[in-house]
Design a protein around this ligand. Sequence first.
Ligand code: ZN
Length: 475
Amino acid sequence: MFAIRCSSNRVLRAIGARNTLDAPRGPSRRSRSGPRGERSGRALRVDSAGVATKSSSGNDTLGGPGRGHRRGVAADEVRRHNLGAVLERLHLAGPLSRSDLTKATGLNRSTIADLLAELTAIGLVEERPGAPGSGPGRPSPVVQVRPHRASVLAVELAVDSIAVATVGLGGHVYNLVRVARPRGRFSPEETVQDVAKLAGPLLDSLPADHSLVGVGVAVVGITRRSDGFVHLAPNLGWRDVPISAMLAGELDLGAPVLAANEADLGALAEHRRGRQPGIANLVYVSGEVGIGAGVIVDGKPLLGSAGYAGEAGHTLINPEGSVCRCGAIGCWETEAGEAALLRRAGVSEGAGRLSEVAERAAAGDERTLRAIADVGRWLGLGIGNLINLFNPDLVVLGGLYQRLFTFLEPSVLEGSAQRTLAAPGGMATIACSALGPDASLIGAAELVMSRVIADPASFDGPGVGERAGAREGAR
Ligand SMILES: [Zn+2]
């Protein structure tokens, strides 16, 4: 029924992808007039009425004197979109020749040259001579991003760990640190202090002429995207925590801080850089202490009105079940989350106990294998529900499910087969994350990069000297 594949490729890859952006709706640091639309990856042209339309040929009309204000506004919008389309292609695909960029975007050669000149002037891309080929004429120059000119501080606030990474345009990871945190050191104040301590050395080691364009934060909780406000993170014990504002104050970087749910960001990372980059219909299920789900439909993140969609861990799966940390009874995570697994396996709760389960399973311990099979069936039942709801081509399992996938696989299949309707079930592949434990962290970086790509000309983040000045001024 399903083809399941799993490997533990943890290397961040830059792979050509169908391009779709997660366009956050919060205010930009230096926003321009005009909407920031979802990006289709196609270049735009301006029609005779001054309306931007998708281009499927190289006959693009860009810039130049318009016939009125409306046309001028549309041309600005088209130019912004096309700058973003070119930058996004390079961000995801890696270095490309000018001729490949021309083919990929559908824009003509002179338009590409014009756009690359602007991106080069901003400092986001650079060109080098192409290698001599077998064909006639001069080789096409090769274009690539300059990672440090759009650097991001990515943060993941999980239950058992805090991770911080510096990531450049193109997905280049400069440094990544993940530290276990003791259960009990959960207060928002302690958490932002810990993040600042971890981030300092990483930021200091970035190239001297880097530009920090933002901080992206993945949180295990229900998080409002517009202002990074955590309404509820039951497994951290948080309620109504303005995490973005707190981190902005503690880090004092002069750059925007964007926060979102960790499973939503895991889905974004899997969509862009995961097992099948660019896949249009994807569900990402992340298992930690709780269960989170992120959904990509038609290439776009399914966020809901404020970013709260995907709280699959708190949907009913067993009316006879136990009380959840959210206060309801029989939530999916009470049957398939980490606590259920440890309880069934006879392992006491606590940080690092999952490794004990994995070791016992590898040694063939019967009770442990039975516990994993029970949890896998509940996990599969919930996945079956998600397959029926969203008709994904791919369901990606992350977190603890990625670690234990080899043992979970048969029972997950069994459980999902019980729930799925034949048509959507027959289309869905279930696989473990190709990005490993860092999927949400990578998604946090991509969240910020989305804003750069949405309007490249507006982004020129504070350099290291300016940040030092801001800190001095604050003292
Ligand atoms: Zn619940």
